[in-house]
Design a binder for this molecule. Structure first.
Ligand code: FO1
Length: 303
């Protein structure tokens, strides 16, 4: 089986590991809206979370970064007066330095990611959703913030007035992703914040049409009731006029998804979701550890 997986951060990486364990031929399309320049390097959190998870080196407890990483550079940066609210570990920084160097030499983000994924031993294609810069910008009463500023520096506290995807209109799905979708038996939308992790990819012209052309699109909701598995999804969904529930997710994905897998606790939403024109099935969507990841992956790939 060939699968393309649209991925965001922590929640998505669990499903990616589950699909990997099943031996599926997979291509990961990682969100780029969280990317940011920090300490002079280009950090691509969702690309890296996917690569570290699939290379078996991720810090499972935190959900980002490399297991057992040290923070010597961060300590020294603090010592010389740099604000260090973004906790980039030493090995993580090395990875970002290598990426930044390749970008400065003129390689695309896709090319740089291919090199890094290969060196890390990821074992499948991890592709950024696009090569052009796209940034998720959160509008707050005190001005606009990049996602890392909103979520990490401000701890997700500011009131959210809106969200936009700067640069998305100038981006396009790269050729490698279009080809992977053409060849795939299934495209899976991983459990991820629909506003900040999947939204930036869907905002890129060409993606909706590409997904509609896929053989089959299965999405796994990140919500149980009005709570996301992790992160600020509920707050951002509410602020962008989307009901913070699997029904809200269904409304966002109904234009291209064939099936939405939702938590068993939300079975009452099934009839209303089906009325939107996509199928809906329930499952135990909780992924607390490796065996859950494989169980949920099997479920998603078999619906
Ligand atoms: N998340 C945090 O909550 N605090 C951090 O200091 C932090 C550092 C960090 C460094 C590298 C990286 O790739 C991700 C990092 N994240 C951190 C996670 C990141 O902010 C988000 O979880 C993702 O952007 C969402 O997918």
């Amino acid at each position: 089986m060939r699968a393309v997986l649209l991925a965001g951060g922590t929640g998505s990486s669990k499903l990616l590991r589950g699909v990997q364990a099943l031996g599926v031929d997979m291509t990961v399309v990682a969100n780029v809206g969280d990317n940011a320049w920090v300490y002079g390097v280009y950090v691509c959190p969702d690309v890296d979370i996917a690569c570290y998870a699939l290379a078996g080196i991720s810090d499972r407890a935190k959900g980002w970064g490399i297991r057992g990483d040290s923070f010597q550079t961060l300590s020294q940066l603090a010592r010389v007066g740099v604000e260090t609210w973004f906790r980039l570990g030493d090995r993580d920084l090395a990875n970002c330095l290598a990426r930044t160097q390749m970008l400065r030499e003129g390689r695309t983000l896709t090319e740089a990611t291919e090199v890094l994924a290969d060196r890390l031993g990821v074992g499948c294609a991890v592709l950024p959703a696009c090569d052009e810069p796209v940034q998720t910008v959160v509008s707050t009463p005190r001005g606009e913030l990049g996602l890392q500023e909103f979520w990490v520096r401000e701890k997700g506290r500011p009131r959210v007035l809106g969200v936009r995807y700067a640069g998305a209109d100038r981006a396009r799905p790269p050729a490698g992703i279009r080809e992977a979708v053409r060849l795939a038996d299934v495209v899976v939308v991983c459990p991820a914040n629909p506003v900040t992790s999947i939204g930036p990819t869907l905002a890129i012209p060409g993606y909706s049409r590409l997904l509609r052309s896929a053989r089959r699109v299965v999405a796994l909701s990140p919500m149980v009731g009005d709570c996301p598995f992790s992160g600020p999804a509920g707050k951002l969904m509410r602020a962008t006029g989307v009901q913070p529930s699997s029904l809200g997710v269904a409304k966002l994905y109904s234009g291209f998804a064939d099936v939405l897998v939702i938590a068993g606790e939300d079975s009452g939403m099934v009839p209303e979701i089906r009325r939107l024109g996509l199928d809906c099935v329930t499952a135990d969507t909780r992924m607390g550890g490796p065996s859950d990841e494989v169980r949920v992956a099997r479920e998603v790939l078999s619906v």
